[in-house]
Write a protein that binds this ligand. Structure first.
Ligand code: ATP
Ligand code: MG
Length: 383
């Protein structure tokens, strides 16, 4: 008996003139996610079918597929001839042995001599006569045995309908540059924009030697974990120490974080422009810390001319943590290595910075030169 994995995508996003663009991206992303495996791929009847794979890898293939944005559900299925005995044989292997159930049949093969409801009744009857603890419940069954009889005289027989990641195929909404720290929030922010179809590159600022190699490795691990969802990712690693020392020397202590943030924005925007990214992405959430009050965000935002996406702006920390558990970044995020922002942490950071006062404080710095130096020493890591 053959096996296959059926992939369904949302028709809504794939309608209209962009259909081919969306579809070819989605297919490319599915194939990239499964690049480690051998399999056949076929587009049939408004869904995709994966077959001829190593059965022992089915679980890990499905796990990879649940992380491909643009797919909505996944069903591993038996593939048999359109024949009642063969279909029964497959249905008996689905593990439906007790509890309530119903059989649903879709008959695209119009040459088959029975109607779909007749097939469903017949297969249901055969299951009932084999397993006496089964009870039919048409309206609210615990289990639904699906039979999909295709035109090519083959049937898919399956029970599972595994929800996939939803969203839009990565790459259909342009490119964004994610400011990736080692914290909980920014990986989640990257995940959320990738879900809306953005191709993601990341930028990370580090304060070596004030921060350790482990702190840097932690960020690389986070980025790597995100690639399950985003596909391949470029990470730009920016040396930030010299800039921090200069700010520390020249500017009032309480403005440290605000001014640092403005530098991060300026540098990120330059890199974004260089790599063709149309937006910056941060993990900010309104009011979470001093640097995320409306005034702080305004002051930081004012050096950016491109859109800054903050998908977590209205989220509670608990909600963000829940997503980070779901996507598998939480355990890495809570590793106790410090971030560059903790190195020169002022005792009393300003919570409501005034733009003109910050701008005046920055006049002591040679902003362009500092930015240029940092950009010259950027390191690119390709994951
Ligand atoms: P996170 O959990 O993402 O670190 P946070 O709650 O610690 O966020 P902040 O430290 O105020 O918040 O950082 C706000 C945002 O600024 C981060 O979500 C991230 O997008 C960006 N950011 C902070 N530090 C860095 C860094 N070292 N490199 C790149 N981006 C950073
Ligand atoms: Mg942080």
């Amino acid at each position: 008996m053959g096996k296959a994995i059926i992939l369904r995508y949302s028709e809504i996003h794939l309608k209209g003139n962009n259909r081919n663009f969306f579809e070819s991206l989605l297919i490319e992303n599915v194939k990239n996610a499964l690049s480690k495996y051998a399999f056949d791929f076929k587009k049939t009847y408004g869904r995709y079918v994966i077959s001829n794979y190593d059965q022992s890898q089915e679980e890990s293939i499905i796990d990879k597929l649940t992380k491909v944005f643009g797919l909505h559900s996944i069903s591993p299925a038996f593939v048999v001839d359109n024949d009642l005995d063969k279909i029964t044989e497959a249905a008996l292997q689905l593990g439906v042995t007790e509890g309530t159930f119903k059989v649903e049949c879709n008959r695209a093969d119009k040459t088959f001599p029975m109607k779909s409801f007749e097939v469903a009744a017949e297969i249901g009857g055969r299951l009932l006569s084999k397993y006496h603890k089964l009870v039919v419940d048409i309206h609210n069954p615990q289990q639904i045995v699906n039979i999909d009889m295709r035109e090519n005289k083959k049937s898919f027989v399956f029970i599972k309908n595994i929800p996939a990641a939803g969203g839009l195929p990565v790459g259909c909404s342009g490119k964004g540059l994610l400011l990736l720290s080692g914290g909980i929030d920014s990986p989640v922010a990257g995940y959320m924009m990738a879900k809306r179809g953005m191709k993601i590159s990341s930028i990370h600022f580090h304060s070596y030697p004030f921060t350790s190699d482990q702190a840097r490795e932690k960020v690389m691990t986070l980025a790597k974990e995100l690639t399950d969802y985003t596909g391949k990712m470029d990470v730009y690693v920016v040396p930030f120490t010299d800039i921090q020392i200069k700010i520390h020397e020249e500017c009032p202590e309480e403005f440290m974080i605000t001014i640092m943030r403005r530098f991060m924005m300026r540098i990120s925007q330059k890199i974004a422009q260089k790599i063709g990214a149309g937006a910056l992405i941060t993990g900010e959430s309104l009011g979470q810390v001093a640097s995320q009050t409306l005034e702080s965000i305004n002051t930081t935002n004012s050096v950016a001319t491109m859109p800054v996406f903050r998908p977590l702006i209205g989220f509670d920390k608990m909600d963000i943590i829940e997503i980070s558990h779901k996507i598998g970044t939480y355990q890495t995020s809570i590793l106790p290595y410090e971030d560059c922002c903790t190195v020169f942490l002022p005792k009393h950071p300003v919570t409501k910075p005034k733009l003109h006062i910050i701008e005046r404080a920055e006049q002591k710095l040679n902003i362009d030169e500092l930015i240029e130096q940092a950009i010259e020493n950027i390191e690119l890591v390709q994951l």
